[in-house]
Design a protein around this ligand. Structure first.
Ligand SMILES: [Zn+2]
Length: 162
């Protein structure tokens, strides 16, 4: 997952506002500014998590940002009030403790990205990496309408590009 050889320490991806709100639009803005429109999208299923953690521990810059986005998303999901839970980006079902879901993580396509964004797709909507990617891109278009005109490189944490 390594791109570039600089080892500059990335700064935190997203502001963690106390109530967990308002980070999404900020993340979109930051990624947009940083990427000049080029995006990488990575599918992270629960089974992929150990690999991401290992890569992040080894200071892989992409993995560090992917993990930051996942951490932020998981915190927002678990901190969401019951009456306004976080939802699957595809079907809008609430994400509850018992819900199984995967993440699509979007990064600016550049070396040492400093911003990232994770969106959740529930297991009722998508299971395979291909399905998760398709639902994730559709969902991203809802929150980020001009994404359809932007090239997206799909990668998988365990290596290779789709
Ligand atoms: Zn769903």
């Amino acid at each position: 997952m390594t791109r570039g050889s600089e080892s500059r320490k990335p700064r935190p991806a997203l502001d963690r506002s106390a109530d967990g709100s308002s980070t999404l639009s900020e993340a979109v803005r930051t990624i947009r500014a940083e990427s000049a429109g080029l995006l990488d999208l990575m599918v992270v299923r629960p089974a992929d998590l150990a690999f991401v953690v290992a890569e992040a521990t080894a200071r892989d810059p992409d993995a560090v940002m992917v993990l930051a986005a996942l951490d932020n998303a998981v915190q927002r999901i678990s901190a969401a009030p019951r009456r306004s839970p976080m939802r699957c980006v595809a079907c809008l079902r609430p994400l509850l403790a018992r819900t199984h879901y995967s993440f699509c993580v979007v990064l600016p396509s550049r070396a040492n990205p400093t911003s990232s964004l994770a969106i959740a797709v529930c297991s009722k909507c998508a299971v395979t990496p291909e399905e998760i990617t398709a639902k994730g891109v559709l969902g991203l278009r809802q929150i980020w309408p001009d994404i359809s005109s932007r090239p997206i490189t799909v990668t998988h944490p365990t290596g290779g590009q789709a």
